[in-house]
Design a protein around this ligand. Structure first.
Ligand code: 3HC
Length: 704
């Protein structure tokens, strides 16, 4: 490592008798090797300099150190190691104060904990997100934090990876103070005030006493909540060691556990997901394309979806106009849009003035012509082609030139909707997921005639909303719903052939999904799928097994899920319970269809579902609907609850080997019949011993 790289990453500016150590390693000041080396040099220099009485560590740019450098993971270690650097920082004979702005995460937060005091900018955030990368804190976080805030609170932070805002950090005792004015001035003043006083090194403190039974209950809760992910429990147990072992021994155990996690398949998968989420919006076909400018956004429809989209755009800082068809719908829409902000006001997540500002940024009315002033219009009306064609014909006539016109359809052909507008170059799909103000995924649908800069606008807008954009082509259901529509019938076939819905839910929750498909169906509303099945009934392929008879009969009884108090489960008093009516109905359908009954192990359910997902994913790639396998992984994880610690279906298939997945796909085909034939892409990749990740963007489509 050249000296000038170290010197540019860390420098010292003396402010009177205080040495201000400045870290400057864009974009997020990750503690890369140059930063680690530079910190050691700077601390040693400041300690040797007789003119320096105290030290402040601060960062240039948008944030304090946001963590260890993820790009260094998986490569041979580069000295000095971060824990050793932090030992040197903490051992400083002169007081060291951290001046924290932006996000002090992971190794960055651990650097702040190695300092002798911390001043936070009021907008700063701290946290230990290592578990989200399948890791645990590896530079003293598990040993210093419990000595500062107690074992229980430290377990909460290390096992959840949650971000802590400055005011909570102050209340927990993480921050010594919040900067009232300039952050660096406040930190320099605090550093001076510490001169001549005993230095408070967290490694020398003992954690305060705690209730062991409470900790055991917390550990049990973490194990259950992690759904197969290992690192949260490892993080919690390592924090607990702070109460049982001397600091140095605790540090050695932390290091060993960190390295074990780092080498685990789960961490490899989660680090891939971190990078894939950032790569997904960079669709290769949009390289160098500038998005159009968007300030004012129109939304058509204020139902559940439209209201959620309106909230998302308003929260994202856009000025929003929502158009409904009647005064009654306008009134109901206003209430729906205000509801999440009202809840946030009540819980303290929004101040009264923020609440007022949000409400003032969105206008709800019934004048369609008001949309003429918008730079982007998102249609979230009823899912019906004629309704959408009519809306886009009107929209095409009044929207200002250059406005991007987006449909939030989940399944319908965006190309046909675009043609109805008379200006198809301006039309894209923006497929939000419900609740749109919460879910992070947006599929940006590129129709055949969509202008590249209209698509780039969809991506840029999604980023501004804090969402992950995945660009995809037009097909029935785009990436996510197409794959869902493919694998979902397999479990219905299993239920017809002997599995119980709750057994399927249990198996897939064990696999790592947040909820099984039957519980999800009840939550989302069974009527939506029923309506779609009725719409598609005339086009059903008679050779493909139809396995939705039980779902159809449930719907015919008015059992649409949670909203009607009953679906696959019953919900009397809001509590999910098994319902004998459902098992009776299943028995009846099984008998009517003369289905031979068999036992489905959890392993069979999990393997066949994964096989169906990967198989359709390969077809999505071959059809050019997704250009890269990572797009499919990001959609499945962020939109459909595929466990992130598996890396997504395509990554997992690569990791397990496509030969093995192909055997599962053949088993799924033998079970489910027509429609489940192995994708030619998988067969050819497995034969050539290649992986999805080896494919260049678009190669799968071009090569088939
Ligand atoms: N290492 C290397 N690169 C990083 C990084 C890190 N820790 N964190 C972010 N980056 C990169 C991103 O890959 C991205 O690069 P790109 O532009 O080339 O794609 C760039 O920085 C900007 O990141 P975002 O797009 O995510 O920017 P945001 O402003 O949306 O978010 C952030 C900033 C909140 C800091 C977010 O990037 C983040 O959460 N980063 C990860 C933080 C983290 O997990 N830290 C812990 C690391 S593990 C650790 O510290 C182990 C220790 O205990 C030993």
């Amino acid at each position: 490592m050249p000296d000038d790289a170290v010197a540019s990453a860390v420098r010292i500016e003396n402010r009177g008798d205080v040495a201000l150590i400045l870290i400057d390693n864009p974009p997020v000041n990750a503690s890369s090797q140059a930063v680690r080396k530079g910190l050691v040099t700077a601390i040693e220099a400041a300690n040797k300099d007789a003119a320096v009485a105290a030290i402040v560590i601060a960062c240039e740019g948008r944030t304090f150190v946001a963590g260890a450098d993820i790009r260094e993971f998986g490569k041979p270690p580069l000295p000095p190691a971060l824990p050793d650097v932090l030992t040197i920082v903490e051992a400083s004979g002169k007081p060291v104060v951290a001046a924290v702005h932006g996000t002090a995460l992971g190794g960055g937060f651990e650097l702040a904990l190695a300092c002798h005091a911390r001043v936070l900018d009021p907008g700063a955030i701290v946290g230990l997100p290592e578990v989200k990368l399948g890791l645990i804190p590896g530079a003293g976080g598990t040993q210093r934090l419990p000595r500062l805030i107690g074992v229980r609170a430290a377990i909460d932070l290390a096992a959840s990876g949650r971000q802590v805002k400055a005011d909570e950090a102050l209340a927990l005792g993480i921050a010594d103070s919040l900067a009232a004015g300039d952050l660096r001035d406040s930190a320099i003043a605090l550093a001076r005030s510490l001169v001549g006083r005993p230095i408070r090194r967290l490694s020398e403190l003992a954690p305060s006493p705690f209730d062991r039974a409470e900790i055991d209950a917390a550990l049990a809760g973490i194990a259950q909540k992690s759904r197969g992910q290992a690192s949260p429990l490892v993080a919690a147990r390592t924090v607990l060691l702070a109460a049982e072992l001397p600091f140095a021994e605790g540090m050695a155990r932390e290091r060993a556990a960190f390295i074990e996690c780092l080498q685990s398949d789960q961490s490899k998968a989660m680090r891939y997901v971190f990078m894939a989420e950032r790569e997904a919006p960079r669709a290769p076909q949009l390289e160098g394309i500038a998005p159009r400018k968007v300030e004012r956004v129109g939304i058509i429809g204020a139902g559940t979806m439209g209201a959620g989209i309106a909230v998302a755009f308003t929260d994202g800082g856009f000025s929003v106009i929502v158009v409904e068809t009647s005064e009654a719908a306008v009134e109901a829409g206003r209430k729906r849009i205000a509801a999440p902000w009202d809840r946030q006001l009540k819980s303290g997540r929004l101040t009264a003035s923020q609440h007022e500002a949000r409400s003032a940024s969105v206008a709800v009315g019934s004048d369609f012509a008001a949309l003429a002033a918008c730079d982007l219009v998102v249609e979230a009306a009823f899912e019906d082609m004629d309704v959408k064609k009519d809306i886009f014909a009107r929209l095409g006539a009044i929207a200002k030139p250059g406005a991007v016109l987006a449909t939030n359809t989940s399944y319908l052909d965006v190309g046909i909707i675009a043609q109805a507008s008379g200006r198809p170059g301006d039309v894209i799909g923006l497929h939000f997921f419900s609740p749109a103000n919460v879910m992070r995924l947006v599929e940006v649908v590129e129709a055949p005639a969509s202008a590249k800069d209209a698509v780039a606008t969809g991506v840029a807008v999604a980023k501004k909303l804090g969402k992950i954009a995945v660009v995809c082509g037009v097909c029935d259901g785009f990436i996510g719903n197409r794959i869902l529509a493919h694998w979902r019938p397999i479990v219905d076939m299993m239920v017809e052939d002997g599995a119980a819905p709750q057994g399927v839910d249990g198996a897939l929750e064990e696999f790592g999904f947040a909820m099984g498909p039957y519980a999800v169906g009840d939550l989302a509303g069974l009527d939506i799928g029923w309506a779609r099945r009725k719409r598609l009934a005339p086009t059903l392929n008679p050779n493909v097994r139809y396995a939705s008879t039980i779902a159809d009969e449930l719907c015919a009884l008015g059992r649409f899920g949670q909203k009607t108090g009953a679906g696959w489960y019953s919900y009397s008093g809001g509590k999910k319970a098994l319902d004998p009516l459902v098992s009776g109905l299943i028995d009846k359908v099984r008998a009517q269809k003369h289905r031979e009954q068999r036992v489905f192990s959890n392993d069979t359910i999990q393997r066949l579902v994964r096989a169906a997902i990967v198989n359709e994913g390969a077809k999505v790639l071959s059809d050019g609907i997704a250009r890269r396998a990572l797009d499919i992984d990001v959609v499945l994880i962020s939109g459909y609850g595929y466990p992130a610690w598996r890396g997504g279906p395509m990554f997992e298939a690569d990791a397990l080997g496509l030969g093995r997945i192909l055997a599962d796909i053949e088993e799924a085909h033998a079970f489910a019949g027509a429609g489940y034939e192995p994708a030619p892409l998988i067969v050819s990749l497995a034969r050539a011993d290649r992986r999805f990740a080896d494919l260049a963007p678009g190669e799968a489509a071009g090569g088939q």
